[in-house]
Design a protein around this ligand. Structure first.
Ligand code: FAD
Length: 466
């Protein structure tokens, strides 16, 4: 069988590339080594983590916030098994949706491990031991990533675990030690804190969410601390040992002292690495960089000109929506169009509560590049909507060019900011000024009024409601 495009990997990068290519009239095959489609994001990433975040949020609200709204329930309790089952059903429905999309778009789905035979042929090693070779004019590598660890940590996947196992635990830990204060560590730490675990986050950098704007990291740490999560920042982990059910993590602090943390589970959330195992890249000479990522040019093309790569397996932020955009771009490029991605406008989101969201430059980045900027900030606490809901924490911060007023970055902590951030991304896509955003009529009462007010504060220094 000969295809215009073969996609290897069915995560958000791969399946979206397949859909878009099919929409553009291409004959497409997709190869996935697991029995369900959707990759990390749908099976062991974005979707199951959000399902558990939502369930644990409902429970936390019942325990901590119902009363202030005048609602009394007899001592709220939860069935963790049911929560995990619900998460599994959400995953099942969502991955089933991808199968439907493949059928609807007439994409041929092959289950098995894909590996290059040569530049235009891919072998599919199936789970029943058989194999099949298919031919493609173009091939897209979308094989994603796997959790990484530190060289001295032995992941036993029972008590010293990655995010994958943390989504499948049979019990709520008594004390969860989280190595890494990035997005995944904080989201999964939040799930278990809400369900009653002690949670300690150990972070090497001096702040959590190290790549985000410093004000945002500070506010988030403050709020999560209020919820009971403990933090040890500027702590470099040196060893993780398990004795029976007890885990001891040793770390060195800023003063070079050894500090010991004891828990019953340890989640290692120190990042992810590109996954190319078994692909046979060496057979056709596809270049990888020093980080093991497939090297690509601006058209996401490898050094072999009919072979492309997208998503977590290449450089850039490891986010589902970044992979999706790249999937669209590659499909359109192969179809002869001239697509474009603005990597500066890929939003970054943390689904803790309150949520965190950002787009564009951080204040530190603007300082480093010597841009003359101004700052407008507006507190969520000043909004009628926040007082009505009781979600008072957080703020919106708008960074704009001091000379032109163009918005350069927007950073938020607060209720529903994961959805709010898109207003800022749209404005920045059209190169709006802070004044443009401040002059747009925003619905009242909404959380989005904080965006308008922060933009006004950046533009003329005079928010209306503060
Ligand atoms: P993947 O989703 O990793 O898919 C790659 C697929 O390729 C896999 O199915 C794999 O089995 C398959 N494959 C690999 N090699 C082969 C082969 N040789 N043959 C056949 N198949 C192969 N991102 C967000 O944007 N928002 C979130 O809220 C979010 N939450 C996350 C939570 C967690 C706990 C984790 C771990 C990640 C989260 N992410 C989130 C990141 C997101 O999951 C990834 O960025 C995204 O899945 C990358 O998509 P991809 O298509 O590049 O690769």
């Amino acid at each position: 069988m000969k295809y215009d495009i073969i996609v290897i990997g069915s995560g958000p990068g791969g399946y979206i590339a397949a859909v878009r290519a099919s929409q553009l009239g291409k004959k497409v095959a997709i190869i996935e080594k697991y029995s369900t489609l959707g990759g990390t994001c749908l099976n062991v990433g974005c979707i199951p983590s959000k399902a558990l975040l939502d369930s644990s949020h409902h429970y936390y609200d019942a325990v901590h916030h119902f009363e202030e709204h005048g609602i009394s329930v007899e001592k709220p309790s939860f069935d963790f098994g049911k929560m995990v089952d619900r998460k599994a059903k959400v995953v099942e429905t969502t991955t089933g949706g991808i199968k439907y999309l493949m059928d609807k778009n007439k994409v041929d789905v092959f289950e098995g491990l894909g590996s290059f035979v040569d530049k235009t042929h891919v072998n599919i090693a199936k789970n029943d031991g058989t194999s099949e070779v298919i031919e493609g004019t173009n091939i897209i590598i979308a094989t994603g990533s796997k959790p990484s660890t530190l060289p001295f940590i032995k992941l036993d996947k029972e008590r010293v675990i990655t995010s994958t196992e943390a989504l499948e635990l049979k019990e709520v830990p008594k004390h969860l030690l989280v190595i890494g204060g990035g997005v995944i560590g904080l989201e999964l730490g939040s799930v278990y804190k809400r369900l009653g675990a002690d949670v300690t986050v150990i972070e090497y950098a001096p702040k959590i969410t190290p790549t985000m704007d410093a004000d945002i990291s500070k506010e988030l740490q403050k709020v999560l601390k209020k919820q009971g999560i403990k933090f040890a920042v500027s702590h470099g982990v040196t060893s993780v040992e398990r004795k029976g059910d007890e885990i001891t993590v040793k770390a060195t602090n800023k003063k070079d002292e050894e500090v010991e943390f004891i828990g019953d589970y340890c989640l290692v959330a120190v990042g992810r690495k590109a996954y190319t195992q078994g692909l046979g890249l060496e057979k056709i000479g596809v270049e990888v960089n020093e980080r093991g990522q497939v090297a690509v040019n601006d058209h996401l093309q490898t050094n072999i000109n009919n072979v492309y790569a997208i998503g977590d397996v290449i450089k850039g932020v490891m986010l589902a929506h970044k992979a999706e955009e790249e999937g669209v771009v590659v499909a359109e490029y192969i179809a002869g169009e001239k697509p474009h991605i603005d990597y500066n406008l890929i939003p970054g989101i943390v689904y803790t509560w309150p949520e965190v969201a950002a787009v564009g430059k951080t204040e530190d980045e603007l300082k480093t590049t010597g841009v003359n900027y101004k700052v407008g900030k507006f507190s969520m606490r000043a909004l009628g909507r926040s007082r009505a809901s009781g979600d008072l924490d957080g703020f919106v911060k708008v960074l704009a060019d001091k000379n032109t007023d163009e918005i350069l970055g927007v950073h938020m902590v607060g209720a529903r900011v994961a959805d709010l951030i898109m207003e800022a991304a749209v404005a920045m896509e059209y190169r709006a000024s802070a004044e443009d955003l401040a002059r747009i009529c925003h619905g009242h009462p909404t959380y989005s009024e904080a965006v308008k007010e922060a933009a006004k504060a950046a533009w003329d220094g005079m928010p209306l409601n503060a």
